[in-house]
Design a protein around this ligand. Structure first.
Ligand SMILES: C[S@@+](CC[C@H](N)C(=O)[O-])C[C@H]1O[C@@H](n2cnc3c(N)ncnc32)[C@H](O)[C@@H]1O
Length: 386
């Protein structure tokens, strides 16, 4: 177990696990490859890579489908509570928690003797606090809301991996959201849906159930090459004791240098609810894309995009799970499906649906289906050439 981590050792190849929503691993893998990171390996629920502190910062700044970038500190076998405590105590926590810094431990366990995540969290927290008390006479305190350091303990078949969260809040929190709406899509999922759709960043893009405009902001970030993390206020790695602020500023400047002007992009959004569209406009403005999207109140049951545009319809109609289920919803899907078949010839479609009967009501027999989760909801993404 290599758990004595000195600040110098941190600048050599470290191991990282980048988490994502189940079903998104292949896209995240491609993103990490595009960043030219080392030893990129796809796993369940995320992607592993090896790299430096610089690579960790770049991953946090540029990845669109990632939820968190976790840095691995230690791996060991532990089938008992004392083993866990002893191994967790040996990590050089003083390199991660300066005096006065706060802590939170989150555990996840599968197929292991230690099968209570809350118990694991307590033991790891005690090991960290006791080790720091012994080494420098002060314990860190726990902060459940905004800890300076989040430690993850993952157990699988009695093998424990301890990781520190270099991101902090989920990377879905890009920093542009001013309005939430009733059932917004996570920003990371919107990026995944757009990438799956094959949208070329140039053709017209239409969302007839646009809600708070998440798909549009993510589409515009993609089209302008803007790093999704460039609007965010803070990443956890900025509080690490040996954080290299000059390097971080350089990476931010480099990212800005890669941005492209928007050019002529046709993006059209509609929703039944006018107040929601006002919220979408606020979100777009906060992301720096004021006026880039034409927004209008419209019932998607009468959807009829411009003929001949041959663009993309990328959308996330109401599921009923959060917005309330009714016969009307099936009727809306039937009507919308009819509109897609009748008036969208030449368009490509990517539609995130939350229920099989709703997908079936669209009557899009030729659609490809991908399993993807939206928070706690199992969804399917239907992709079709109309
Ligand atoms: C699941 S939400 C879309 C969320 C959106 N992707 C976001 O990130 O905010 C579905 C949206 O469909 C809208 N809606 C419901 N019925 C509609 C209809 N008949 N026509 C157009 N929009 C409708 C709701 O107002 C809601 O904003």
């Amino acid at each position: 177990m290599s758990n004595k981590t000195s600040p110098t050792a941190r600048r050599q190849a470290d191991s990282y696990f980048v988490t994502c929503a189940p079903g998104v691993e292949a896209l995240l893998h491609a993103e990490l490859r595009a960043l030219k990171l080392g030893r990129v390996e796809r796993q369940v629920g995320g992607v592993y890579f090896e790299g430096s502190e610089r690579d960790c910062m770049r991953a946090n700044l540029h990845l669109r489908t990632a939820v968190r970038v976790l840095r691995r500190l230690a791996r060991f076998q532990a089938s008992g509570s004392d083993e866990l405590y002893d191994c967790a105590s040996q990590v050089a926590w003083e390199n991660w928690l300066p005096i006065g810094a706060t802590l939170l431990v989150a555990a996840h366990t599968k197929d292991s003797t230690l099968d209570h995540s809350h118990f694991i969290e307590q033991r790891v927290k005690d090991a960290i606090c006791d080790a720091l008390l012994e080494r420098r006479g002060a314990r860190p305190t726990v902060d459940k809301q905004r800890p300076d350091l989040r430690v993850h303990a993952h157990f699988y078949r009695d093998r424990c991996t301890l990781l520190v969260d270099t991101s902090g809040e989920s990377l879905a929190r890009r920093g542009w959201r001013r309005f939430t709406g009733r059932a917004p899509m996570a920003e990371t999922l919107a990026a995944a849906v757009l990438m799956h759709s094959g949208w070329d960043c140039r053709s017209p893009l239409i969302d007839p159930f646009c809600g708070s405009g998440t798909l549009f902001v993510e589409a515009l970030l993609l089209a302008t090459g803007k790093a999704p993390g460039s609007l965010r206020e803070r990443f956890a790695f900025e509080s690490f004791p040996d954080f290299d602020a000059r390097l971080w500023r350089r990476l931010l400047d480099e990212a800005r240098g890669l941005e492209r002007p928007l050019g002529k992009l046709r993006i059209v959004g509609s929703d039944l609810d006018g107040a929601t569209l006002e919220g979408a406009a606020k979100n777009l403005a906060a992301a720096g894309f004021e006026g880039a999207v034409q927004l209008e109140v419209r019932d998607a049951a009468h959807f009829a995009p411009k003929r001949g545009w041959n663009g993309w319809v990328v959308t996330n109609p109401p599921y009923g799970e959060r917005l309330g289920r009714s016969e009307d919803l099936l009727g809306l899907y039937r009507a919308f499906g009819e509109r897609l078949r009748a008036s969208c010839e030449g368009y490509s479609l990517a539609l995130l649906s939350g229920a099989e009967d709703l997908s079936a009501a669209l009557e899009l027999g030729n659609a490809e289906r991908h399993r993807i989760t939206n928070g706690a909801l199992e969804c399917e993404l239907l992709c079709a050439k109309l």
